[in-house]
Design a protein around this ligand. Structure first.
Ligand code: UT7
Length: 330
């Protein structure tokens, strides 16, 4: 516990214009609208143009989040970007976003935690605010996974979309009702090979062979990940509730990672929370990895579904394997 409390000051998001429907995918691989809808809940997803990279999407979400806040650009003291589809292996996408925003002399770094990236970044960010080091942090979850998708693999290519979501996290004033109550992040590296972009790093540097073998694209053993997803998101969410003497009935909204409608429904059932309290937008965006949670939060806040003072539980699961949850009063 630090000296101060951190709060979610504002959110912003962005999705590229182009939409790819299930019917469009039927023309690309051996799949059907019916399979995709019933197995995942997805109907359409947004796809970045050849010119759009992670930092372009991140920049738009960042502007939307800052404009929705009381914080001025020059009051941002740190940038954290969660992504597994950065502009380049280095420099970090956060440094590119910093340049685009015209911000100087503040730390900027990326977090790689798969679909749990935004939760990891928020967990890290709150430490800096709670110990009094900084007052305002820009945290972004951004993904352009369609750039590293194998469009011949029906097991994965129907699942992903591109988007970004951002928040300004600020120090809560004593009079603020908003605050981050608790958070928990976790990992199990022993199962990393089930969800991986195998090549392009120092283990398998880029070569004609790695390109020919499609090793620069996402590989996923979906059903192995599925089982872990429900178990892990439930475990961390349940622990957060327990150690704060809360239960499912105290939660106004669960904002889960949007990877699969069946995972979301199984989690809600295990937590004894009705689906009417669960934020779902998977039908519109597919799985946008580290962007799903801030994107869903931004949409729900702008449509006045989520209001100041509501108790929200964010929970995610992804490559690593990683998972984690955040409990907050918005
Ligand atoms: O976001 C990060 C974490 N990721 C996740 O949490 C994803 C978790 N996993 C999932 O959401 C699901 O496992 C998937 C949606 C990826 C797959 O659903 P599933 O019910 O686990 O299907 P499966 O992989 O066990 O495949 C069932 C069948 C197979 O056919 P056979 O072998 O039974 O004949 C697949 O070949 O469905 C087939 N299949 C497809 N059929 C039509 C796989 N993909 C498709 C497709 N269209 N796109």
């Amino acid at each position: 516990m630090g000296y101060y409390f951190a709060k979610f000051e504002s959110f912003g998001s962005f999705a590229p214009k182009k939409i790819l429907t299930n019917q469009d995918l039927e023309k690309i691989v051996d799949t059907t609208d019916e399979w995709i809808r019933t197995r995942t809940g997805m109907v359409e997803r947004h796809i970045a143009s050849p010119e759009e990279a992670a930092s372009d999407l991140a920049y738009q979400a960042a502007i939307n989040a800052i404009e929705a806040s009381k914080v001025r650009y020059k009051e941002i003291e740190m940038i954290i970007v969660a992504t597994i589809s950065p502009d380049h292996p280095f420099p970090s996408t956060s440094c590119i976003v910093q340049k685009k925003l015209g911000l100087k002399n503040i730390p900027a770094f990326d977090i790689s935690a798969g679909c749990t990236g935004f939760i990891y970044a928020c967990d890290i960010g709150r430490q800096y605010i709670e110990n009094g080091t900084v007052n305002n942090i820009l945290i972004i979850g951004v993904e352009v996974l369609t750039k590293i998708t194998n469009w011949n693999d029906r097991n994965t290519c129907v699942l992903f979309g591109d988007a970004s979501g951002a928040c300004v996290m600020s120090r809560a004033e004593p009079s603020d009702i908003s605050r981050i109550i608790d958070s928990k992040i976790d990992a199990d590296g022993s199962q990393g090979e089930f969800l991986i972009q195998a090549a392009g790093g120092s283990r398998l540097p880029a070569s004609a062979e790695t390109v020919a073998a499609n090793q620069h694209t996402v590989y996923m053993e979906g059903n192995r990940i599925f089982k872990n997803a429900v178990k892990s998101m439930y475990a961390s969410s349940d622990e957060l509730l327990r150690r704060n003497n809360l239960s499912g009935v105290d939660i106004d909204w669960i904002i889960p990672h949007q990877a699969n409608m069946r995972i979301i429904e199984a989690l809600a059932e295990k937590m004894r929370v009705p689906m009417s309290k669960v934020i779902v937008n998977i039908h519109k965006y597919g799985n946008t990895s580290s962007a799903t949670i801030p994107l869903a939060l931004d949409e729900s806040i702008r449509s006045k579904k989520i209001r100041r003072g509501d108790i929200i539980l964010l929970t995610s699961f992804g490559a690593g394997l990683t998972w984690g949850s955040i409990l907050a009063r918005y």
